[in-house]
Design a protein around this ligand. Structure first.
Ligand code: DGL
Length: 278
């Protein structure tokens, strides 16, 4: 596995006991954290949700890059050995820059999702749904074209999905009707594989399957990136060896109580302490 690391890698000591650092624009990245907890059950994890500046999906490239760098800088204060960019909008605009500028492995959600989609498509028609920022970056399309020739990609920004998920409207008639509208072109294109290119979308799998039918395979980036993180830690000899329970730390830039209240929707269990930073 080829991990690009920054120049100062040599001067930083990454220890097996250090945590996995995950950041997202807000709550949605908890879908990635949940998958990491399942795939790497002994690892400490520090999660940073930039709740003061969410959403990133409507922001400019420059703003997303600045926020992403600040998030990594913050996570480095918490003894992390690897960074997971859970936010697709960040990964699509800032991953290369973070990999160049920071002295530890930085993994994004896009590559792993693309590899899985490319391996599964039979008819070579892949759909991508994501925030406007991610679609504008063309990161998924570019990565797909790099990985395999002759694949037709149909992309669709679905900006209303994030607030619907934040409201807990995963599966009602309003969400179904919004999904039907957004997915018209994807359906018309006849894709057999759909990349869920946003942290929030795995929570909409049921409604997406209702609209598209069971034959369209849904690619959950959260699962794919977790496997990639496992591989990278193993290859770098950075897997935690301790047998004691792992610790999970939650940091947010605003409204810790709100984060704590909604976290259960994404993680499936209650969290008890959320720290405010910045
Ligand atoms: N986390 C963002 C993403 O995956 C979705 C929410 C936002 O727009 O900030 O693109």
């Amino acid at each position: 596995m080829n991990v690009k690391v920054g120049q100062s890698m040599k001067s930083v000591s990454l220890k097996t006991e250090n945590a996995i650092g995950v950041f997202d624009s807000g709550l949605g990245g908890l879908t990635v954290m949940k998958a990491l907890m399942r795939v790497l059950p002994t690892e400490h994890i520090v999660y940073l949700g930039d709740t003061a500046r969410v959403p990133y999906g409507t922001k400019s490239k420059e703003a997303i890059i600045r926020f992403s760098k600040e998030n990594v800088t913050e996570l480095l204060k918490h003894n992390v050995k690897i960074i997971v960019v859970a936010c697709n909008s960040s990964a699509s605009h800032a991953l290369d820059i973070l990999q160049k500028e920071f002295p530890l492995p930085v993994i994004g959600v896009i590559g792993p999702g693309v590899r899985k989609a490319v391996s599964l498509t039979k008819n070579k028609k892949i759909g991508v749904i994501a925030t406007q920022a991610t679609i504008n970056s063309s990161a998924y399309n570019d990565k797909i074209q790099e990985s395999a020739a002759g694949i037709r990609v149909t992309s669709q920004a679905c900006p209303l999905f994030v607030p619907l998920v934040e409201e807990g409207w995963f599966n009602g008639p309003v969400t179904k009707s919004v999904a039907e509208t957004y997915l018209k072109n994807i359906q018309k294109a006849g894709v057999d594989t759909l990349i869920l290119g946003c942290t929030h979308y795995p929570l909409l799998k049921t409604v997406l399957t209702k609209v598209l039918g069971r034959t369209v395979k849904l690619i959950d980036s959260a699962q794919e990136v977790s496997r990639e993180v496992k591989r990278v830690l193993e290859e770098a000899n950075l897997t935690r060896r301790g047998k004691s329970q792992p610790s999970y730390k939650f940091l947010v830039s605003d409204q810790p109580q709100h984060f704590q209240r909604l976290a259960k929707r994404f993680l499936g269990y209650n969290i008890h302490h959320v720290e405010r930073i910045y």
